[in-house]
Design a protein around this ligand. Structure first.
Ligand SMILES: Cc1cc2nc3c(=O)[nH]c(=O)nc-3n(C[C@H](O)[C@H](O)[C@H](O)COP(=O)(O)OP(=O)(O)OC[C@H]3O[C@@H](n4cnc5c(N)ncnc54)[C@H](O)[C@@H]3O)c2cc1C
Length: 424
């Protein structure tokens, strides 16, 4: 097993300090800070409340101490689940922050989530993906839809890192149009029997339970008749998995997940039978915010790495950052990231304030995933051949960042969603 460089974790959480308080007003007005802005220390702080800044900075400290480049590169090369980092997040209390207080959570909101996802993605994108899979997609489907007893059983354990969750919506032939899913949950003996095959399920090998979206009634194409169930995976008869090779995020593996006559008690229904679509939408809104924030974080990292590289690489007796063509590419990368961050924080704050924001959230995910692709392309380009080599983080981050254009909704799907919301 690859162990983190520092071995010990000495990061102070300040957990009480960054707990949300009713009294804390939400403010959103970006103020430009003077001086150079080629690293986040010089970026605007969006007038984030003190507790949010504390949360962001404590995660940033954790990432700085634990996510050394050599370590992150090695777990990627070995395709090894980021166990020590994930345990570190659990020990410091970060895994449960989105959950309600009565279930060992802190009750943080979507803007807090964006800050966490951004920082994690900047240091170790695979860790952010592991976090989102278990906490956002899995955990929040339980937090938003589970019965009280189920939440008590599952959420504290997820917050402690003892239980891991995942999410299964996509199928081999059906994904962009989820109303057509063919996985069926048939009522039987007071519970359900689930049959179907789910595709691209991240972290299924690690997960104790999986949020499975299945049809319980209605016709193919109906959004009505969809039910969400929390299906135990480990040791459950009828569950099998086929690993899938993929382009990036190697530490978190992907699977085709088969469910054959899997018995699920009725107590594990999340939300309302036949009306699960609104729960799916609610969870996906949070995941889209996390996705946009992850694109911001990984892109910021690519800007920082490109900027540092072009300041020291010499050709024709000149550091290449002095060549206008190179400098302009790095500036383009930075301007992309700044705009991505605005869109993400705005959508996250709208969500946190309870405003209707499906369009803004989808736009943020769409724009950020596309922009991070451009940032990565420029980043690899300005580093020349070294940008293509695995001994530099740019190569991995470019590969990994492509994930956001597909996972939990492809860019073209999001175009369709936004067009619909615009009445087109
Ligand atoms: C890295 C990764 C991780 C994932 N993790 C998970 C997971 O953990 N759980 C899970 O359930 N799913 C997961 N997914 C699945 C993901 O949500 C789907 O890949 C995504 O929804 C797109 O579905 P598809 O790949 O079947 O593409 P398709 O639906 O076959 O679409 C193919 C292309 O056609 C476009 N297209 C489709 N319909 C239209 C239309 N009407 N108009 C215009 N364009 C259209 C799509 O946007 C896409 O570009 C993951 C996917 C990836 C790549």
């Amino acid at each position: 097993m690859v162990t983190s460089q520092t071995g010990t974790r000495s990061v102070s959480t300040g957990i009480v300090a960054w707990c949300p308080s009713e009294a804390a007003p939400h403010r959103y007005s970006a103020i430009s800070s003077p001086g150079p802005s080629d690293c986040r220390e010089d970026s605007v702080d969006f007038c984030l409340e003190q507790r949010r800044l504390l949360l962001r900075d404590s995660i940033r400290d954790f990432v700085k101490k634990e996510c050394a480049s050599t370590f992150v590169r090695e777990i990627d090369r070995q395709a090894e689940w980021p166990a020590t980092l994930y345990e570190g997040l659990a020990e410091l209390g970060y895994l449960g922050i989105l959950f309600p207080e009565e279930y060992s959570g802190v009750g943080c909101d979507a803007l807090d989530l964006a800050l966490v996802a951004e920082e994690l993605s900047c240091g170790c994108y695979a860790l952010a993906v592991a976090y989102r899979q278990s906490i956002v997609l899995g955990g929040m489907s339980v937090a938003l839809g589970g019965a009280d007893d189920l939440k008590r059983e599952v959420l504290p354990s997820v917050a402690e890192g003892k239980t891991t969750l995942t999410w299964a919506l996509t199928e081999r032939d059906i994904s962009s149009d989820a109303g057509y899913i063919t996985t069926v949950a048939r009522p039987e003996g007071g519970g359900y029997v689930v049959n179907g095959t789910k595709m691209f399920i991240y972290g299924a090998d690690r997960a104790d339970h999986c949020t499975v979206i299945a049809r319980t009634s209605g016709e193919p194409g109906d959004r009505q008749g969809i039910t969400v169930l929390l299906v135990p995976l480990k040791g459950t008869p009828g569950i099998s998995m086929r690993p899938l090779r993929k382009m990036g995020t190697w530490p978190v593996k992907a699977f085709e997940l088969q469910l054959r006559d899997v018995a699920v008690p009725a107590t594990r229904v999340l939300g309302t039978v036949d009306e699960g679509w609104s729960l799916v939408r609610g969870v996906l809104d949070l995941e889209y915010i996390a996705s946009a924030a992850s694109s911001v974080g990984i892109s910021q990292r690519m800007v920082d790495d490109a900027s540092a590289y072009v300041k020291q690489r010499v050709q024709f007796d000149t550091v290449i950052g002095k060549f206008q063509a190179v400098a302009h590419m790095v500036v383009d990368m930075l301007s992309d990231v700044e705009l991505m961050r605005y869109m993400t924080y705005r959508a996250a704050l709208m969500h946190a304030q309870g405003l209707p924001c499906t369009k803004e959230v989808a736009l943020a995910k769409l724009y950020c995933s596309r922009s991070s692709e451009r940032v990565g392309k420029n980043g690899v380009q300005v580093m020349g051949g070294y940008g293509y080599m695995a001994e530099f983080d740019m190569e991995r981050n470019y590969r990994d960042s492509r994930r956001e254009a597909f996972a939990s909704g492809s860019s073209l799907e999001l175009h369709g969603l936004v067009a619909k919301l615009m009445g087109l």
